[in-house]
Design a binder for this molecule. Structure first.
Ligand code: NAP
Length: 242
């Protein structure tokens, strides 16, 4: 039987470009056991990877968190990668006339609600003496201060909402799970399906590989100090204005 003391990382949204890269990097660094959560079926054949398919319903999230709690694995890092910018029926809005309630709600659900359902259900799993860093992929365009160009209403607003939800959660975590540090992380424009339609205007040296971003994120998580509250930082570790 496996020894519970082995370090455990949890990667949620492991079927995406950045989620997959974080799993690969953790394996490359031999960081212990990796719980990988995705809508997709298992993409990785490696005995260190515990893949769980999930439809992100509250019940499914609750079941996985109950399994993690029961296993008593010491979780060192959690990375929540879920996010959407465009889909079959929606695209980032350039004009206010493009706002559609159904797509606004869908983007809000994937970018803010689903990550927060994990932050909620993980609190009793992570609370304890063991240092844990929980990172959620946010985006610089979620910064209200930084919004000079406008457009992308739903994506911007959902990431701004995510940031506020994380800020509020970090205050409660500080009381109830002080061992957990929260990070809202902006990866920079990264070559994944999410950014594909928008890559033409990005200079080559500004379009990151998912692996580069995974390394930057894992280093930021390694450096993180649990007592310093929520940080909103970019791929280079630089703070972003709220
Ligand atoms: N790529 C960039 O340039 C860029 C820039 C700024 C911020 N980000 C943020 O980085 C994160 C990762 O994005 P990515 O670039 O890796 O994009 P991606 O390759 O398109 O991956 C999409 C991610 O979102 C999840 N997802 C997609 N549709 C979903 C749905 N209907 N319900 C629940 N989850 C869903 C996927 O999880 P499954 O494994 O379950 O499929 C996957 O983790 C996102 O939060 C994104 O906003 C990316």
């Amino acid at each position: 039987m496996e020894q519970p003391a082995t370090k455990t990382a949890l990667v949620i949204g492991s079927g995406g470009g950045l989620g997959g890269a974080v799993v690969d990097r953790l394996l490359e660094q031999n960081s212990g056991r990796v719980f990988a959560i995705s809508r997709c079926s298992n993409k990785i054949s490696d005995e260190r990877v515990h893949w769980r398919q999930c439809d992100y319903s509250e019940e499914a999230i609750g079941r996985i968190c109950a399994e993690l709690k029961e296993s008593a694995y010491p979780i060192s890092t959690v990375t929540i990668c879920n996010g959407t910018l465009h889909g079959a029926n929606y695209y980032p809005e350039k004009r206010i006339e493009s706002l559609q309630p159904e797509s606004m709600l869908e983007v809000y659900k994937i970018n803010a609600v689903i990550p927060m359902m994990w932050v909620k259900s993980l609190l009793p799993v992570l609370a304890g003496k063991h240092k844990c860093v929980l990172s959620v992929f946010s985006a610089r365009v979620g910064s209200i201060n930084d919004n000079r160009l406008g457009g992308w209403y739903s994506y911007r607003a959902s990431k701004a909402a995510l940031n506020m939800l994380l800020k509020t959660a970090s205050i409660e975590y500080a009381r109830r799970a002080a061992n957990v540090k929260l990070i809202a992380f902006h990866p920079g424009t990264t070559d994944t399906p999410l950014s594909k339609p928008f890559q033409d205007s990005v200079p080559d040296n500004k379009l990151f590989t998912p692996d580069f971003v995974a390394v930057q994120l894992l280093e930021a998580m390694e450096r993180a100090n649990p007592t310093s509250g929520l940080e909103f930082i970019d791929w280079n570790g630089k703070p972003i204005q709220w």
